[in-house]
Design a protein. Structure first.
Length: 268
């Protein structure tokens, strides 16, 4: 579906599974789209959950709004989408940038989060070096398009041994990256450069808002040590390290990822 959610924003999303199932919204990372969650959607809907997977503004089938998109803008878009679907509260999960949006969602709409699922991410604010990198990368994507970037980072998005050992998964990830509109990706990069510190959000999570932290054993962007720091911050969190995976364990090792996710959800 591709509905208007307010403020001139239109989002494409899929809403699958039983309508009376416990709702789970999964937020993709940069520069991907909702289809990266296909293995999780299949497992969760089979288990009776209602799964909502949007394309963030500027990604996938959602229209592009050039300029700068703050993580707060993404979070508010998702709150408006849940309003449209009459979903008051959901498990909110994401990977990488998507997990930072999930933390921003908890910051801005705390009562709407039943639980958090944070995969391969960081809570720290952007460093000055990181701000410069993201802003320069935004300009580079506008100048060059997505393919040179996709080719450059594929063996960081996936563990190098999975790029060669899982050619179909690698092709799908490259396909998602190359299909992303550079304007949308650039707007998100500019906004992400301004992200705040989410450590206080995690530290303040109460017992009734549990948190699952997942990380690929061989993630070079947000290593296991980063996930361990999030686990230490969040008092009611569970840490799952997925073997034989890099930055996208839900794509690289979907069975292990889904097992950790379903076990977590069954306990809340």
């Amino acid at each position: 579906m591709n509905p208007q959610i307010g403020n001139g924003v239109t989002l494409f999303f899929e809403d699958l599974g039983p309508r009376d199932g416990a709702p789970v919204i999964l937020i993709h990372g940069h520069p991907f789209n909702h289809s990266m969650w296909s293995p999780q959607t299949a497992a969760l809907t089979t288990a009776g959950y209602r799964v909502i997977t949007p394309d963030l503004r500027g990604y996938g089938k959602s229209p592009v709004l050039p300029g700068k998109t703050l993580l707060a803008d993404f979070a508010d878009d998702l709150a408006a989408l849940l309003d449209r679907l009459d979903v008051e509260q959901a498990v909110v999960g994401g990977v990488s940038m998507g997990a930072q949006i999930a933390m921003e969602f908890r910051l801005r709409h705390p009562g709407r989060v039943r639980a958090l699922v944070l995969s391969d991410t960081s809570a720290a604010p952007e460093s000055e070096e990181g701000k410069t990198f993201r802003r320069n990368l935004a300009e580079r994507l506008l100048a060059e398009g997505m393919k040179p970037y996709a080719d450059e980072v594929i063996d960081k998005m996936l563990a190098p041994y999975n790029v060669t050992g899982m050619p179909q998964a690698a092709a799908e990830v490259i396909g998602m990256m190359c299909a992303t509109d550079p304007e949308g990706a650039a707007a998100a990069l500019r906004g992400r450069a301004e992200r705040p510190d989410y450590a206080p959000v995690l530290a303040a999570l109460p017992a009734e808002v549990p948190c699952l932290i997942v990380v690929g054993r061989d993630d070079v962007y947000t290593p296991v040590a980063e996930a361990e720091s999030l686990h230490a911050l969040a008092p009611h969190s569970v840490l799952a390290v997925v073997e034989r995976a890099g930055h996208l364990p839900g794509v690289e090792q979907p069975e292990a990822f889904n097992r950790a996710l379903l076990e977590f959800l069954a306990g809340i």
